[in-house]
Design a protein around this ligand. Structure first.
Ligand SMILES: [Cu+2]
Length: 126
């Protein structure tokens, strides 16, 4: 009978932990408060995966890149666009106010298909 202290069990535990780390996906950033700073750059949205409280949210969008970018927020189910910023020149910022029901959303920059180059992420409102 395997005891909890057995080296085999310890090895199995380590293998599971390694497998989790290997997936490489950082845990979603949890944000409190109603303002979410979002930084756009070539070709990234930061934070990429974020959890925030549902309700009225101010997306404080800053283009830290060297080309124009914009932010689009889409409902994960049914892909309805719930909020979007205008295209922002490099260095510019804008605030987008949106009221989010609890649920999953996708962030992306559809400008010149930047989303296909990796400029996308997830937002979970809970
Ligand atoms: Cu972009």
């Amino acid at each position: 009978m395997l005891s909890l202290s057995s080296p085999l069990l310890a090895a199995a535990g380590a293998a599971v932990a390694l497998a989790c780390c290997a997936c490489g996906k950082p845990a979603a950033v949890a944000r409190t408060g109603t303002t979410l700073p979002v930084t756009l750059s070539e070709y990234r949205i930061s934070p990429q995966d974020v959890e925030i409280r549902a309700g009225r949210i101010v997306l404080d969008v800053h283009n830290a890149g060297t080309i124009a970018h914009r932010l689009q927020l889409t409902a994960a189910r049914g892909s309805r666009v719930v909020a979007a910023s205008p295209p922002l020149p490099p260095g510019q910022r804008t605030r987008v106010v949106v009221t989010l029901a609890p649920g999953d959303y996708l962030t992306s920059d559809p400008l010149d298909r930047h989303d296909t180059l990796g400029q996308r992420g997830t937002l979970n409102a809970r």
